[in-house]
Design a protein around this ligand. Structure first.
Ligand code: 5GP
Ligand code: ZN
Length: 114
């Protein structure tokens, strides 16, 4: 997707601090971390938003969550605890329209979220 910032990161056109990569997913540090550890996990295939996922994406979505767990282990926040977040559309607070899983940790999270 030409104008997508995360597709440009996948293509290596914009640099990012990569923490995990496989054939389907890329995980990199958020540029504006909201916690001591804040990683984004994206599918390499461009998908605008959570509501665009289809039945045939079920396997991808399952793996996406498992990569989130893997990233939590790799970044050392698995035992202390972490939060996985996906924002969708305006009220969900989505600002980048290439789906991404936020993996946040390294401090106690508050509830309810803002
Ligand atoms: P959203 O608000 O869509 O759920 O989250 C988008 C996230 O992408 C934000 O946390 C923002 O800081 C992060 N972000 C936006 N542009 C870039 C970028 O160019 N590089 C990286 N690493 N993160 C970005
Ligand atoms: Zn994209």
């Amino acid at each position: 997707m030409a104008d997508c910032i995360f597709c440009k990161i996948v293509a290596g056109e914009i640099s990012a601090q990569v923490v995990y990569e496989d054939d389907q997913f890329l995980a990199f540090e958020d540029i504006n971390g909201q916690a001591p550890t804040h990683t984004l996990v994206i599918p390499k295939r461009h998908i605008d938003r959570l509501t665009d996922l289809q039945e045939e994406d079920a396997s991808l979505v399952g793996k996406w969550l498992l990569v989130g767990n893997q990233v939590a282990r790799q970044t050392g926040i698995a035992a202390s605890g972490y939060r996985l977040v996906v924002n969708c559309n305006a009220d969900g607070g989505q600002t980048v329209f290439h789906i991404h899983l936020h993996v946040l940790g390294g401090r106690a999270m508050r509830w309810p979220p803002g």
